[in-house]
Each structure stands twice: as C-alpha cells, then as structure tokens.
Design a protein around this ligand. Sequence first.
Ligand SMILES: *Cc1c(COP(=O)(O)O)cnc(C)c1O
Length: 218
Amino acid sequence: MPEPNLIARNLEAVRARIAEAARAAGREAAEITLIAVSKTQPKAAVEAAMAAGQSVFGENRVQEAAEKFPVAGARLHIIGGLQTNKAEQAVRLADSIDSLDRPRLAEAIARAADRAGRLPDLLVQVNIGDEPQKSGIPAAMADGFICEMRARFPAALKGLMCIPPLGLDPAPFFRRLAAMADAHGLPVRSMGMSGDFPAAIAAGATHIRVGTAIFGAR
Ligand SMILES: *Cc1c(COP(=O)(O)O)cnc(C)c1O
C-alpha cells in the first residue's frame, strides 16, 4: 500500500488539476465530484484517503468492496460490470450503482431493492465506443434503454457513465455522453479517469473516477 502521506499529496495534486480544468472550462470545481477508485487497495488506503478529506470511493467488484465497506462517512459507487447474482449485495452496500447496462440487471436490482428496502442511485453505463469486449448498453440502443430506466427508476436514475476506447482521443466520446445526458434531462455524467479527466471536465463531467493518480499503479 502507498504511504498515507503520498495518498494525501496525490489527492491534493488531483484536486488542483480538477480546479485548473474547471477554471479553463469556465466551470466551478465544486460541480465536480471526485470518486477515488480504491479497487485492489486495502482498507487502510481508503482510511488514509478519508483522513486526507476524501469521502467518495469507487470499487469495480462487489465482493472486494464488501471487504472494505461500509466505512463510516464514506459514499461507495460500484463502477464495474455487475453480474445479476451480485445485484442484491450491491444494492445493500452501495450508495450508487454506476454500471446499469441491461434489462436483466434492472430486473435484478428492482427485486433486490424490494427485499433490501433501499435503492441506491443508478447510472446507465453506455458503451460509448461500441467495443465488443466492454460492458455498457450499445450506443445505438442507449436512448431506448435510458427511457425505460427513467420510467422504472424515476427517482434513482441520476445519469450516465462511460469509458471511452483506449488509444483514441476521448473528447468526442465524452461530448457524446454529455449530449445524451442532456437530451434525457439527466444531471450526472460520470466520465474521465487518471489519464483523461481534464478532457472529461472540459466536456461536462460531473463525476470523475480516479484510481492510479491517487493510489499509484495497481
Ligand atoms: C479502474 C477504473 C477507474 C480508474 O482508473 P485509473 O486509470 O486508475 O484512474 C475508473 N473507472 C472504472 C470503471 C474503473 O474500473
């Protein structure tokens, strides 16, 4: 695990870059939520980040998330592809599930929410580059799926999430996701990671998901 001091310094540097990207885009840094992606990191790394003022975390595997969370005062986003048989655990543990991408998962989440008596916030993940190996609803099917999810989860559905293709300029993909969120009147656009979050902020990201730049290489 990285030194707690290093995590604190990295967080400070990321916050400064968020402020700079927001300023350059004529936006307020306060509009942008930093999700610290703590996958593969021990709970002590989460606690070190908390001590440095970070309170929102992202995990891509439910099982691993359950080994570290809940942490008092922390918000947890599940950001990775979710199997239907993990939906109930995710619904009980997460404050937000950011990878809703198919009707069967929506069914599983709705059933789990009835049993658990709680429903996290939800984001629809869009496979914005239409990559066969990636999770997310295919871009061509996204409009219909988003309408269905808005009807099914009117209060919980907050916005959209994407991961653009590696090796291409991400900016057009970020702009496309932002336009889709706008078209549906959804306020949240989760986009941008360690390597590309300034471009995502320029394109209107409200949430960025940053792991490596805070916790170091995995
Ligand atoms: C791992 C992960 C991130 C963070 O990636 P970094 O490049 O380490 O910042 C963001 N989003 C998702 C969905 C991830 O799985």
